[in-house]
Design a binder for this molecule. Sequence first.
Ligand code: AMP
Ligand code: MG
Length: 315
Amino acid sequence: MTTTLTTFPTEAADRLRRGGLVGFPTETVYGLGADAFQPEAVKRIFEAKGRPADNPLIVHVRRREQIGQVAATIPAAAEPLLERFLPGPLTIILPRHPELPSVITAGLDTVGVRMPGLPLTQRFLAACDTPVPAPSANRSGRPSPTTWEAVQDDLGGRIDCILQGGQTEAGVESTVVDCTTEPVEVLRPGAVSVEALRDVLGAVRTESSTEASALRSPGTRHRHYAPAAEVRLVEDPSETEPGPKHAYIGLDAPAPPDAFGAVFVEPDLEAYAHDLFHVFRTCDEKGFEIIYAQTVPPTGLGRALNDRLRRAAAR
Ligand code: AMP
Ligand code: MG
């Protein structure tokens, strides 16, 4: 299959409406979408990625009214979140609409809904004029793609089209919040901080590592975000060992920096998150063997960063 590259959201949407798979940018990472109401096309998303069938897809919508096509009801706790964070990098878990194809939700009775904020994504979704289930547009297990080139590297020849946008802003995925429980629970930390959710809702549970929530969010069980190089976590750069095939990423600089193959010193958490997956992929292209990654304070965006770092380091 030839993968068409386009900068026109209408052309990409046309491919999707004709049953195609389309890689597209959002403010978090690139997604791989299909028409929610063409189950055969949705099945091909799992095949193209090598994604386990038990891992549900987040459905992307353009307008508030489209939520009614995918969710049966909107629980009271979800209202203030919709009001405050949509459009934006937040995924809200709601009761599933009975007519939504079950391949999307991996048989669960809930559905994850997200309304992206990036203008190019909004133009694409408006032209699709249908809800678009889309996981990240990488081969399963690999770092999420933050550029269209990364989508092409992973899925070129396996999908119909890539909508070419710039490098994504956030660099980490959306925060996933289960609004079917009381209080609501964060199933995956992400670009919207837990602190910001608490400002709006008060009580928010965060035991995302508990067995119960791992069951409710199957994706968090799988190995994720990993480059080919071995990722070693350090709290302090002094714990690293320099070498020409060793790379380093963190907030504090290692010494001596010249003794590493590459060093990425990030000015703040936002820059660290923005760069992380791109750095992983760049290190693989250069054939590095070890990537030292500094863990960060677990507040704000730091929670999501540490989560991605831990999963990338898990062998
Ligand atoms: P990605 O594969 O990068 O798109 O990430 C999607 C994440 O959202 C995975 O961790 C999924 O398990 C999770 N998710 C999607 N739908 C649901 C749902 N209905 N209930 C719980 N988690 C979900
Ligand atoms: Mg993913």
